[in-house]
Design a protein around this ligand. Structure first.
Ligand code: PEP
Ligand code: MN
Length: 370
């Protein structure tokens, strides 16, 4: 059970102390306080853990400071959607709103290779009205001999160029806690010209210690990739690890499942789960067509499979698209075969827009039926 307190319920107030004393006296119930500092107000939630079945909603509603009571109907207590749960399904970061009602394209380099390519990418994004990108500095690779990413050495120029071209949010994978500190330091050194959404890759979805450490910082939001060989429930629990440590600004990313059943695609595309994740949780949902499909193959209509699955995800209500582009795919150090070309960026954005408009029309049509 979650008690959502009045926005003005300060820790120092008599009512708050009364409430906490009352809860402490309840047998078999433990409390955990979650504080969320918003731009306008601080919201406090008290999570009651233990045998809460016997508690009466109306009684709890009557306690001092309590604004609303939510009975937790599933495991993901913080990020999940529960019955009569009015908690927000969006957050704001560096001036960009991420919600279950918005859509952002994060087109960019799978791996940063050099300054020239980063600049070409960022310039193209600006020319096409984009404020978000992806830039891989730390690359988890199958072979220990493969290029592992430039790491912290590339961060200063990546961030400076992002500032120069008005990029507000960069999705950047980290594979170790030290990367988080390197990113924070480079942002500080360059004068905070941009924002970073920390990406947890599919190989680390159940790296619980990493999740806990990343969840303990609340400055940067997190893009959590679904684990490629675990159930959806297990991946959603991984997201809950981040929130349980304090960071609930989490976007959940579908990126396909590892199985031969999806051949010839690199992974079995799982974008049918977009509405499922939006129903079960309050997280915005991202789709990654590049790592799902893994090639530029096109169907007889001339449209690349990557574009088809992107449209399918967006048509189903996806809130973010993470997609690999490269100015010179033949020179890319990672995943060149699945990169889209800079000249394809306007086409990609327009194709996504068509799917988005169709989705919004579908929502409106459904609204008229009810
Ligand atoms: C990536 O986005 O660069 C990546 C490695 O993705 P995933 O973790 O989904 O394989
Ligand atoms: Mn990649």
């Amino acid at each position: 059970m979650i008690l959502i307190l009045n926005p003005d319920a300060g820790e120092e107030s008599q009512e708050y102390k009364q409430l906490m004393a009352h809860l402490a006296a309840m047998p078999g119930i433990k409390t955990r306080v979650h504080v969320e500092h918003g731009t306008e107000q601080t919201l406090r939630e008290i999570h009651l853990i233990g045998n809460t079945k016997a508690l009466d909603i109306a009684d709890m509603q009557g306690l001092p400071c309590v604004d609303r009571v939510v009975r937790v109907s599933q495991e993901y207590r913080i990020l999940g959607r529960h019955k009569d749960d009015q908690r927000p399904t969006h957050f704001e970061y560096n001036g960009v709103r991420f919600g279950q009602d918005t859509l952002h394209v994060f087109a960019g380099l799978c791996a940063v290779d050099n300054r020239e390519h980063v600049e070409k990418m960022m310039r193209a994004l600006k020319e096409n009205g984009q404020a978000c990108t992806r830039m891989g500095a730390y690359k988890p690779r199958t072979s220990p001999y493969a290029f592992q990413g430039h790491g912290k050495n590339c961060l200063p120029y990546v961030f400076e160029l992002a500032g120069k071209y008005g990029i507000k949010v960069i999705a950047m994978e980290i594979t170790h806690e030290s990367h988080m500190e390197e990113i924070a330091e480079a942002l500080h050194m360059t004068g905070d010209p941009t924002g970073v959404m920390l990406q947890i890759g599919t190989r680390n979805t159940q790296n619980f210690e990493l999740l806990k450490i990343v969840g303990r910082q609340t400055r940067m939001p997190v893009l959590l990739k679904r684990g490629f060989g675990i159930t959806l429930d297990e991946s959603l629990n991984a997201a809950e690890y981040l929130a349980s440590e304090g960071n609930r600004n989490v976007v959940f990313c579908l990126r396909g499942m590892k199985t031969n059943m999806g051949d010839p695609h690199r992974n079995f595309v799982d974008f049918a789960h977009v509405p499922v994740v939006k129903r079960l949780t309050r997280m915005p949902v991202c789709v990654d067509p590049s790592h799902s499909v893994g090639s530029r193959a096109a169907s007889s209509d001339g449209i690349m499979d990557m574009m088809h699955v992107t449209a399918q995800g967006v048509l189903a209500g996806a809130n973010m698209v993470l997609v690999d582009f490269h100015p010179e795919p033949s020179q890319a150090l990672v995943d060149g075969a699945q990169a889209l070309l800079l000249k394809e960026l306007p086409y990609f954005i327009e194709d996504v827009q068509i799917a988005r408009e169709a989705y919004l029309k579908r929502v409106e049509l459904r609204r008229q039926q009810s």
